[in-house]
Design a binder for this molecule. Sequence first.
Ligand code: FES
Length: 214
Amino acid sequence: MKTVSLTIDGKKVTAPEGEKVLWAALDNDIYIPHLCAHHDNSSPDASCRLCWVEVEGRLKPVTACTETVEAGMAVKTRGAASRRLARTALELLLASNEVDCANCAKSGNCQLQKIAAHLKVNLKSRRFRQIPRQLPVDASSPLFIYDPNKCVLCGQCIWVCRKQLGIGAIGFAHRGFNRKMTTFGDGPIGQSQCAECGDCVAACPTGALVFKEH
Ligand code: FES
């Protein structure tokens, strides 16, 4: 396999040709916040807008999950412009996300907590007006609970269910603020074709999908 050499935050690294900057960084222990990217997805949606980085010679920051490594490339993950964009994306996400860490089963193992700490953003940030979604919690599965109010719309659960398992019990519905992960026809997950494997729960980066028994 051909590799290319580049620098990330001044560190010389190599990555397989065609690799995205995000994975090259993570493989070399350089953390870049991310929620929606999946390594096996060659055409990422880049919907969470958290993985901003700066590339020498480029006028504007780019998303690391869509940017392909190039020989000689110099990437900065902590530049002021990329930080500002990532912080704004996180604070917008938090404005419609239920943050209740004290009562959340994923607390301590939640990517939102990790990203907020990395970007130095308060999880209770009130920079933007709070617009809670107030959607009903789905406890119809015997295995897990789905709380859409804690969902960050990363699509990791959908990817696992559809692409890796070939089941496709869940998907996205609606657009804009009303967008949500749900079943076909928006029915209870327990009455869908869910196979109750629990892989979606394992893939969920927040407390949106949690097992009933911890
Ligand atoms: S991980 Fe790049 S936009 Fe979500």
